[in-house]
Write a protein that binds this ligand. Structure first.
Ligand SMILES: *Cc1c(COP(=O)(O)O)cnc(C)c1O
Length: 394
């Protein structure tokens, strides 16, 4: 059997043809495929505006700039995320303030965030970056309420959750990144994510003003739009109005993104099937805990979990990780708590600061989860884990 990774892209013949067509077109970058991808992605997510960029980290960087992060900013995020969710605040010169996770979900604990907010004078904190970790949507309605109470912006890191949703207080589905509650949301199209373009990212919003800023910042802060320029300066005239970046994504990659987007729902369906199968295999295992076992099992209702990751927890995680590797199953650990990274320790954070996050990290393991994982491969993974559990127990 081939090695089994924890995540993997799927490239079809259609995807390949879409890229070839763009290679043969007039535009490799700055062409029509970018806007087409943005429009289709916004439609998929159910938001007003989408801005395609070079990668998810660039999406985070531009977002904090548009939101006005500077040296005075104190921004709250979770320690259980990819480092980029926190780093973006540093790009803007601001301070990252962590709050612990809810061990039941792995998500930023809103009660801990409230405690942190109340520990400082109003106005001290400026924003929150909640993460739809593993694909489980954050209750952004609750976070919005809290944010409004403390006059904060919300930047949703939805990299794990395109197609995910939560159900709000009046029973309506709210898609991750739809801009209903968060000011901005960001996505990544790295190959381990749901939609793969190699490198790529997207920012979504319903806020026109933020959208206009993002468009400007994506291309050096330069505009050629007549309505933003003095009249009658000549056809060549442009202005650099802000300090921006070149964070564009090329047409070649957005063509791939458009093609991938057509299969997004099918991919999500497949991820949910895989999750149900893992749930059924492991729910009765005494020495294994499923993080966010699907609600399917309890009452057959569907959750809006997008299953970027399928996370289990075991006592001897190192043992299971090594055992699976011996059998060419490359399960992965998500994540080493960000506040324990040497860079953040130099900023004053230390192990022991967030016990729930650190305890989660000690035991977590992300199992193979991607649409092309075959039934046979999944059965092999399940079989190996059960074998290991039996050996551990003896
Ligand atoms: C992947 C990821 C990012 C960064 O995306 P890139 O496209 O790799 O820059 C940010 N946040 C989270 C939670 C991610 O999973």
């Amino acid at each position: 059997m081939q090695p089994i990774p924890y995540g993997k892209q799927q490239i079809t013949e259609e995807d390949i043809q879409a890229v070839i067509q763009t290679l043969q077109s007039d535009f490799l970058t700055q062409g029509p495929k970018i806007e087409e991808f943005e429009t289709k992605f916004a439609h998929y997510i159910g938001c007003e505006y989408a801005v395609a960029v070079a990668n998810g980290t660039a999406a985070l960087h531009l977002s904090v700039l548009a939101l006005g992060v500077n040296e005075q900013s104190n921004v709250i995020t979770t320690p259980i995320t990819f480092v980029a969710s926190a780093n973006c605040v540093r790009y803007g010169g601001g301070n990252v303030c962590f709050a612990d996770i809810d061990p039941a979900t792995g998500l930023l604990d809103i009660e801990k965030v409230r405690e942190l907010l109340e520990s400082k004078p109003k106005g001290f904190f400026t924003g929150i970056v909640p993460v739809d970790f593993a694909g489980l949507p954050v209750d952004l309605e609750a976070f919005r309420q809290l944010a409004d109470e403390f006059n904060l912006w919300l930047l949703e890191d939805a990299c794990h959750a395109p197609g995910g949703y939560f159900v709000d207080k009046i029973g309506q589905k709210q898609n991750c990144g739809n801009g209903k509650f968060a000011d901005l949301a960001i996505f990544s199209f790295h190959p381990v994510k749901h939609i793969a373009t190699g490198e790529g990212g997207m920012i979504t919003t319903n806020n026109r003003e933020l959208y206009d800023k993002l468009i400007l910042l994506r291309t050096h802060g330069i505009t050629k739009k007549p309505e933003l320029l003095p009249p009658d300066k000549g056809g060549w005239y442009y202005e650099m109005q802000e300090l921006g970046y070149n964070y564009r994504i090329p047409d070649i990659l957005t063509a791939l993104g458009i093609s991938q987007l057509q299969r997004a729902d099918a991919g999500l369906q497949r991820r949910r099937q895989i999750a149900i199968r893992y749930d059924a295999a492991f729910r009765k295992e005494a020495n294994l805990t499923i993080l966010n076992p699907a609600a399917y099992l309890a009452d057959k209702t569907e959750t809006g979990h997008a299953y970027h990751l399928y996370v289990i927890q075991v006592k001897n995680r190192r043992g299971l990780y090594d055992y699976l590797r011996q059998h060419q199953i490359y399960a992965q650990v998500h994540y080493i708590p960000v506040h324990t990274m040497p860079y953040y320790q130099r900023l004053g954070w230390k192990p022991g600061d967030f016990p729930a996050a650190e305890n989660y990290y000690e035991h977590c393991l992300s199992l193979p989860m991607y649409p092309t994982l075959t039934e046979q491969e999944q059965e092999f993974v399940i079989h190996q884990i059960k074998t290991w559990l039996t050996n551990e127990a003896n």
